[in-house]
Design a protein around this ligand. Structure first.
Ligand code: FAD
Length: 495
């Protein structure tokens, strides 16, 4: 859906087929990180998404407890969206995102994305239609679809095909692309439920996650919708598990609730060996699958979709060469790999904490141990904002702003109060600081180019050069204090 929106926003028509008749009932992801929110903001979706998310005044705290009827051991405190917005404005040094993160489940986010594309004449969005197979030739791809309601098949001719078809991607399978890494790392059990028993579920006050050695209770709206992610009981056929005693045991006592969905599932640490083959591409879980610690699954997929989207649009519009399309996997696969390692590291911290629970009898010592192990899974700004397409691997925790080509453009507010990010054009943008001459780049531009004159001495040093060329995905394409050969720059930037 994000890829369709990206293509449509750049004026390219596409067809999306989803085999299910509706969006998901499974809550799955619960954190849309600040980077994804920056990208959604550019797609004009930030307000509609915030409207279905946890209220902006609520915190993002992670609370480690003995049980809900026991005590809170340690709380990692994180600001609300409102507090984070104030911090972003106050620390205008390029280290901050344009948008704070957002607490929301996939049950809530998908209908907003669906709504955004269903009404768009450039997207033919079809639910209840399954992709079955494709053939590819020099000029395009022919896809076979099956219409759920009638069982009939249909063929569609397209320029390109993107397999955004999840972990068991048949596009990936038909490309013959294997995944490396580890499948079925651990089995988990998910219980998604509704309950008004806030006196129990929020016994320690509002938090995003309540965690014990037995798993995580996710507050999905700080009101009545919750998800417990735990282990399935040993020795029980997963299909025959009764979720009720698991919930009671986790909470410490019985409480009233209505179970919405409960099922076992497996975590994976997988990365597709290649992200593309000819005119066919993989994005999202079709290309990578992680343990949810850190919340990198969907967020990495949003990055894939935006990278692929503008490149496909540039190819369809005739702005770019094959080299640009070939750069998709070269740019995104290393990010997929880095994020897989990060999700594994964060799980390692959870395992270390679970061991402390087992071995440490003194709650004070346990609390100190948890605090010392930390919560990098929700503090890895280098992973979330510092990924680069130039092969340089920065610190996973600390984000250091830079305009090195390949890096994400740092976000700042200008002295008139406007955000530089909000002044970027839909395609490329050339930022001009001081009296640098932009004309070689303007004269040679084969794509739509927005020129932004940044007349603000306080933020100029953050951008390191007097000319900074920014791509549609807000990564830096090129920078310099002057440009002698605009054509050479564009040839390189557009592959
Ligand atoms: C418990 C849990 C917690 C998570 N928490 C987070 C989090 O906090 N943050 C985060 O970023 N990520 C999180 N994730 C990961 C996130 O849910 C996934 O990474 C994300 O859903 C991937 O999106 P996708 O669109 O690539 O794939 P999917 O969401 O799997 O969507 C693929 C779609 O393709 C459809 N499809 C498949 N085959 C076909 C076909 N042949 N024809 C037509 N349609 C087809 C499917 O029906 C499905 O709707 C979590 C996951 C789990 C399980």
């Amino acid at each position: 859906m994000t890829l369709a929106r990206t293509l449509a926003s750049l004026g390219v028509r596409c067809m999306l087929v989803e085999r299910n008749a509706t969006t998901t009932r499974h809550p799955k992801m619960d954190i849309t990180n600040g980077r994804s929110m920056e990208l959604f903001r550019r797609l004009g979706l930030a307000d509609a998404l915030r409207a279905v998310a946890v209220p902006e005044a609520n915190n993002f705290d992670v609370s480690w407890i003995t049980s809900l009827t026991g005590r809170e051991l340690h709380r990692f405190r994180y600001p609300s969206v409102a507090e984070k917005r104030a911090e972003i404005r106050a620390r205008n040094d390029g280290t901050q995102p344009r948008e704070p993160a957002m607490r929301v489940s996939q049950v809530m986010i998908e209908p907003v994305l669906q709504q955004a594309i269903v009404g768009d004449p450039r997207v033919e969005a079809r639910w209840g239609v399954a992709f079955e197979a494709f053939t590819e030739d020099e000029a395009g791809v022919t896809a076979t679809l099956r219409i759920g309601a009638t069982g009939e098949t249909e063929t569609v001719r397209c320029d390109y095909l993107a397999g955004c078809d999840g972990g068991s991607s048949i596009v990936r399978e038909q490309l013959g692309i294997a995944c490396e890494g580890q499948a079925a790392v651990t089995q988990r059990y998910m219980i998604h439920f509704r309950s008004d028993a806030r006196e129990l579920l929020q016994a320690f006050g509002v938090a995003w996650h309540y965690q014990t050695a037995m798993g995580t209770l996710i507050a999905q709206d700080d009101k009545d919708t919750w998800t417990l992610q735990t282990r399935p009981p040993a020795g029980v056929d997963p299909a025959a598990i009764d979720p009720h005693p698991i919930l009671d045991a986790w909470a410490g006592r019985p409480f009233a609730r209505q179970i919405l969905v409960a099922n076992p599932w497996f975590t994976h640490l997988l990365l597709a060996e290649r992200y593309q083959e000819g005119r066919v591409f993989l994005a999202g879980d079709a290309a990578h699958q992680y343990i949810p610690t850190g919340g990198y699954g969907m967020n990495t997929g949003i990055g894939d979709a935006v990278d692929l989207g503008w490149k496909l649009a540039a190819a369809v519009k005739g702005y770019a060469g094959q080299g640009l399309l070939d750069s998709y996997g070269r740019e995104r696969r290393p990010v997929g790999y880095r994020n897989r390692l990060a999700s594994e590291r964060h799980t390692g911290v959870r395992i270390a904490i679970a061991e402390l629970y087992r071995n440490e009898g003194d709650p004070e010592a346990l609390a100190r141990g948890i605090a010392a192990l930390g919560n990098a899974e929700n503090e890895s700004w280098g992973i979330e904002f510092g990924y680069r397409y130039d092969g340089v691997e920065g610190d996973p925790v600390i984000y250091t702003p830079t305009t090195a080509p390949g890096a994400r453009l740092p976000s700042t507010f200008l002295h008139d109060g406007s955000a530089l990010y909000d002044r970027l054009g839909p395609w490329f943008t050339l930022l001009r600081f001081g009296d640098a001459d932009p004309s070689p780049l303007i004269d040679a531009a084969p794509v739509p180019l927005e020129i932004v004159v940044v007349d603000d001495a306080s933020v100029a040093p953050i951008y390191e050069s007097r000319l900074v060329l920014v791509r549609p995905d807000t990564h830096v394409a090129w920078r310099g204090d002057h440009c002698d050969d605009g054509e050479a720059v564009w040839r390189n930037v557009l592959g």
